[in-house]
Design a protein around this ligand. Structure first.
Ligand SMILES: Cc1cc2nc3c(=O)[nH]c(=O)nc-3n(C[C@H](O)[C@H](O)[C@H](O)COP(=O)(O)O)c2cc1C
Length: 324
């Protein structure tokens, strides 16, 4: 059975978003937190604690993610996370952001293969009782760098290797380099998870046909744009197995979407007294939902211009009244 993971997305896939998604849509097999940057001199800050408190993640399989290029700092942070009961930790070698990569972190760290090797050596020598997975790009500048990088990953007992087959310099622009994902399938000793541009049922089905050896699929933006994506995929599968005679296609019921968004908004309001913060969070989600409601772009632009929560809620209500 294929497994599906919700990709970490800084600022978006927060514990509030994850819980609402889990309540209203097809449950994910794993949820990854946006990255934590280790601080050697202090404990986890309030925002980080909120993100990983067991009470905020009850019933979800959550994997905290760390962004670091310093083995000792990373080990310290893993120790802190273990105290909260986490059994699996993910290391981020994928972030393409210029500010991150220029400090040789995220996908920028892939340009320093000796340091990467030493980093993993420190982490795996110190951490024997926790599962460690890696989320990676192919390299910093050229995909050929992946040959060396993969040979390094192959030396360590990774729980899983999640590959976003682009290099740092591609950001999200260059098309995914699928021949390099095929290379990974042929040369990795780890179980692989594919990530990148799984935006529609058709994309997912095509990728599953092309890479039948892979049974883990991590989805990011496609899932924010269409939280019903996996329900649609399952409905499509049932139809193909001829278990459904008349099938008119799947779409998220407006009541479900409205309740999901309301749940997120209420929890952000509870978490922060700052109206501007709550508005920012909600508008960010609507930026992705524009793809799901292409016939309502004007209305969504109005939502994005709102200045108060009251105004925001009024506009959202209006859009759901219009929807069939
Ligand atoms: C706004 C945003 C924030 C992201 N934050 C993270 C992060 O914290 N950690 C990480 O590993 N990847 C992060 N990513 C990358 C995603 O996890 C994912 O690899 C990328 O979006 C490609 O997958 P997709 O095409 O399914 O969206 C982020 C991407 C976006 C667009």
């Amino acid at each position: 059975m294929a497994k599906y993971y919700l990709a970490p997305m800084e600022g978006i896939t927060t514990y509030i978003f994850r819980n609402a998604y889990h309540k209203y849509f097809r449950k994910m097999d794993k949820y990854y937190t946006p990255f934590f940057v280790p601080h050697s001199k202090r404990g986890l800050n309030l925002k980080e604690q909120e993100e990983i408190l067991p009470a905020h993640n009850a019933g979800l399989f959550v994997v905290p993610q760390i962004l670091s290029n310093n083995g000792n700092d990373c080990v310290q942070t893993i120790e802190k996370l273990k105290r909260y009961g986490y059994e699996e930790i993910n290391l981020n070698f994928g972030c393409p952001s210029r500010t991150v990569a220029s400090k040789y972190r995220g996908s920028g760290f892939l340009a320093k293969t000796e340091e990467l090797d030493r980093f993993l050596d420190t982490v795996f020598s110190n951490e024997k009782d926790v599962k460690i997975s890696v989320k990676t790009r192919l390299g910093r500048d050229e995909p050929e760098e992946f040959e060396r990088i993969l040979s390094i990953y192959n030396q360590y007992p990774l729980e899983e290797l999640i590959i976003h087959p682009r290099v740092q310099k591609d950001y999200y622009m260059h098309e995914v380099r699928l021949s390099w994902y095929a290379y990974a399938e042929g040369h990795s000793r780890h179980s692989l998870c594919y990530n990148g541009e799984l935006n529609t049922v058709k994309n997912i089905q095509e990728m599953q046909q092309r890479f039948p050896q892979t049974d883990c699929w991590m989805i990011g933006r496609g899932m924010i744009a269409n939280p019903g994506l996996l329900m649609e995929l399952e409905a499509e599968k049932l139809k193909n197995e001829k278990k459904i005679q008349s099938y008119g296609g799947f779409s998220i019921e407006k009541e479900r979407m409205a309740a999901f968004l309301q749940d997120i908004c209420i929890h952000y309001e509870e978490a922060s007294p700052k109206e501007i913060y709550v508005l920012f969070k909600m508008k960010e989600i609507w930026t992705y939902l524009m793809r799901y409601y292409p016939d309502h772009l004007e209305k969504i632009r109005k939502i994005k211009k709102t200045q108060t929560i009251e105004e925001y809620k009024r506009e959202v209500q209006e859009i759901f009244t219009l929807l069939r």
